[in-house]
Design a protein around this ligand. Structure first.
Ligand SMILES: CC(C)(COP(=O)(O)OP(=O)(O)OC[C@H]1O[C@@H](n2cnc3c(N)ncnc32)[C@H](O)[C@@H]1OP(=O)(O)O)[C@@H](O)C(=O)NCCC(=O)NCCS
Length: 158
């Protein structure tokens, strides 16, 4: 069955989550693992919107923690699909921390998550092609393809 292509704008998402003391160490720094969890959650949401089937995380590229996130900050995640292949999708996520007292937002992380679609039988399944509507879409797709080929190399598959 050939699935109709879909644009990245159909699946993109923004998510805002407030950070509480249980998300942080005793000094008030939010755990890296909590931020990774939110990255994973939004990648799953966006990929499932695109594929309309179950999706699982296959890999998360190296994530740098550029600035600290503190208890009380709002974590604002923006995610969109850059690239799709047969069953895999690359989702790019940017994370900002907002100080709710001042409104100042700071970029804290960017991440590339590869998510794979599974059919009802639990096996990998084809996802809709990505409709490239803008020059930015085309640039992201070309860069995503390069990263996908690099991941294949690293896994000894290319
Ligand atoms: C991800 C998973 C489904 C891939 O299964 P597999 O049998 O290795 O599948 P294949 O080798 O046929 O690869 C399927 C696709 O996944 C991609 N893929 C597999 N492992 C990958 C990895 N580590 N990084 C990036 N892409 C990967 C392949 O490139 C391929 O993409 P394509 O179909 O677009 O060409 C399997 O490894 C798995 O179930 N892992 C556990 C996932 C999980 O539990 N995640 C956490 C909970 S959400």
């Amino acid at each position: 069955m050939v699935l109709p292509p879909k644009s990245a704008s159909e699946s993109r998402a923004e998510m805002t989550v407030r950070m509480f003391p249980s998300d942080a160490n005793p000094a008030g720094n939010v755990f890296g693992g909590e931020i990774l969890k939110q990255i994973d959650l939004i990648a799953g949401l966006v990929s499932q919107r695109h594929a309309r089937t179950n999706t699982v995380t296959a890999s998360i590229d190296r994530v740098n923690f550029l600035k600290p996130v503190y208890v009380g900050n709002a974590l604002i995640l923006n995610a969109r699909i850059n690239y799709v292949h047969r069953s895999s999708m690359e989702v790019e996520i940017t994370v900002e921390a907002e100080d709710l007292m001042t409104g100042i937002r700071t970029l804290t992380n960017t991440a590339f998550v590869t998510v794979v679609a599974l059919g009802a039988n639990g096996k990998t399944t084809e996802v809709p092609a990505l409709l490239l509507e803008t020059d930015d879409d085309k640039r992201r797709f070309a860069e995503g393809e390069k990263r996908m080929l690099q991941r294949l190399k690293e896994r000894g598959k290319a």
